[in-house]
Design a protein around this ligand. Sequence first.
Ligand code: HBI
Length: 357
Amino acid sequence: MTEKPLKLLFMSTPVAPLGSGFGGGVELTLLNITKALQDRSHEVEVVAPLGSELDSISIVEIPGEWQPIAQNQGRNLPIILPENSVLANIWEYGRSVQHQYDAIVNFAYDWLPFYLTPFFQTPIAHWVSMGSLTSALDRVICEVMNRYPGTVGFYTHTQAATFNCEGSYACLGSGLQMSRYQFCPQPEDKLAWMGRISPEKGLEDAVEAAQKTGISLEIFGKIQDENYWQNILESYPDAPINYIGFLDTDRLQERLRHCRGLLMTHRWVEAFGNVAIEALACGVPVIAYRRGGPAEIVCNGETGWLVEPDSVEGLVEAIANLDQIDRENCRQQAEMEYSLEALGDRVEWWLLQIRDG
Ligand code: HBI
């Protein structure tokens, strides 16, 4: 890199401390973007809720009440801020130190940072972590896209399209530290499902597919909606499932890599699907509903199978065809498209444009 290094302030999702798993894929994305940019000698300071942990990266921890999650609340949800809002406190901190940075990067899927954008002197780049969910957020995101072209970044084009906004944006994908994921050529006879356990993730379809095929399903992830989880257990009492819980990356890949395939059974337009590239990095093919980000990731017939959305029959058929996928191809796709270097190229370019205005 010949240009002057960037000085960046990263503002976490405010729904829980980083490292808890409640922040979903954006926790991993934030970590990997930080690493990718630090590898290129850029300076990154991370601001996040009190109690956050992010590998060995130091964090400015901010107290306050967590932000309620935006999903499953209906499109007309008004803007909510708790009494002593950690989101507001994070952004008050950002306001007070903004002049020390070239740009601020927002990872919160919330109204406040978008609204505040014109009130800051330092440019703000926004990383949007989900597809469109509420009209209030859609509007403020579109306003920022029009007023500050190129400052809003999405994971995928499918995700960006859900916002129905003409403004220009950056499509950034995601990436992983490939060396942390070990390739496994010979799997055991089991399947994997990974994610926050919450209705929009459609876990019940994967459980039903496990029951129909008799192949056991390892379930990785935080239980975000306890009622939803209990309901699944009651509806499929005989399904061969094994709940593993939320594991850190090292322990996750140790188990995941031995699986024959990863099932992605999302009901919503999944913005990306970090779990898909984690599986591919281990050589595990991905069977996903043809909906949202995973449809832009999986090469049908090469690194997995894309299935008609909400079709458990389709999942069962794809499971029967898993052996047609060469696990080497899966690892190779991850290395080519989703390495930290590939992610760093995209994000560095995006942020340099924003700094240099
Ligand atoms: N909800 N209000 C709100 N703000 C976020 O930043 C947020 C969220 N729900 C989920 C979420 N972020 C992340 O889990 C994403 O990875 C999806």
